[in-house]
Design a protein around this ligand. Structure first.
Ligand code: SAM
Length: 307
């Protein structure tokens, strides 16, 4: 097919109104990357060149490294239309992870949909802190992940601790479906269960390790979130009530009962919340044995044990 023919076919297949309009020049991978990058610049996306390569790779089902290595590769009309649709979604503010359907967490590919929070790099601190408590040689710890979302924390821990088993709980059935799918994809499903319940209310027994990244954004913080987060990520994964601490109060009610002898909990907190969460957990019979800071130097994780 000639360049002109591809352009003709593309133009006919493409409804008006897309932010990237295929034209006669968009016939190679490199041209498409440039067109998408230009549309992302216009939309104010922070890393347009990088995101354009990822979007083009996803739309063309090409590894991003091949997008980079073979810019002269010709592209047929139908995939051009698919890439334009993806670029338009990004231009309208949808997070890249939802468009690609995946986000890396602890070097694992975690599938994400709009039903789950996109795993954040700072949450890897929970995994790092928990692994400092339980090494791979430490028997077969039982792990509970409260508010498991995509399952990223529990699955990262199971990937590092081959004898560990775990349970993830979440109030969202849709999120649990994503977590179960991730467990299957990562071949970790035989060692975990995902259960729908309100915090730890329906969980019986005790655990060696409890991890939680609860929703902790207060009302003022929610109002000032970027539209990319506020309009696209699930509200139940973000909002922690007027002062941001509702979920910690609720988790605190279950945590003491769920910790086995010698067990520890590792809980993520929001910016400036560490002291107040420590006090809440102390009232629930838990002492803070460590406060860990994230890469920005903010107090981000509390490690807790029974008083
Ligand atoms: C901040 S997200 C964390 C998700 C995941 N653990 C992560 O770190 O990416 C909080 C999670 O808590 C869940 N959640 C909210 N309210 C809950 C409740 N009452 N009981 C259990 N889970 C709840 C949300 O659905 C969401 O998946």
């Amino acid at each position: 097919m000639t360049k002109a023919a591809v352009a003709q076919e593309t133009a006919e297949a493409d409804p008006a109104g897309r932010s990237v309009a295929p034209n006669a020049s968009v016939v190679t991978v490199g041209d498409l990357v440039r067109e998408v990058a230009a549309s992302l610049v216009a939309a104010g996306v922070a890393l347009p060149a990088l995101e354009a390569r990822l979007i083009v790779g996803h739309g063309l089902r090409l590894d991003p490294a091949r997008v980079f290595a073979y810019p002269e590769r010709p592209v047929a009309a139908a995939p051009v239309g698919a890439v334009c649709d993806l670029a338009a979604r990004r231009g309208h503010g949808e997070p890249l992870a939802y468009i690609l359907g995946e986000r890396e967490f602890w070097s694992l590919p975690i599938r994400v949909t709009p039903d789950v929070l996109i795993p954040r790099p700072e949450t890897e601190l929970i995994v790092e802190t928990a692994l400092a408590l339980h090494g791979a040689e430490d028997g077969s710890p039982r792990i509970l992940d409260i508010g498991s979302g995509s399952g990223c924390i529990l699955l990262a821990l199971l990937s590092e601790l081959p004898a560990a088993r775990g349970v993830g709980v979440d109030v969202s059935e849709a999120a649990l479906r994503v977590a179960r799918d991730n467990a299957h994809r990562l071949a970790l499903a035989p060692r975990c269960d995902f259960v729908c319940c309100d915090w730890g209310s329906a969980v019986a027994g005790t655990f060696d390790l409890v991890v939680a990244n609860p929703p902790y954004i207060d009302d003022a913080g929610f109002a000032s979130l970027t539209p990319e987060i506020r309009a696209f990520e699930p509200t139940t994964a973000l909002r922690g009530g007027p002062d941001g601490l509702d979920a910690f109060r609720a988790v605190g009610r279950d945590l003491r009962r769920l910790l086995g002898t010698g067990g520890c909990a590792v809980v993520e907190v929001g910016f400036g919340q560490a002291r107040r969460v420590e006090i809440l957990f102390a009232e629930a019979g838990l002492r803070t044995i460590r406060v860990s800071r994230d890469l920005a130097g903010h107090e981000r994780c509390l490690t807790l044990a029974a008083i």
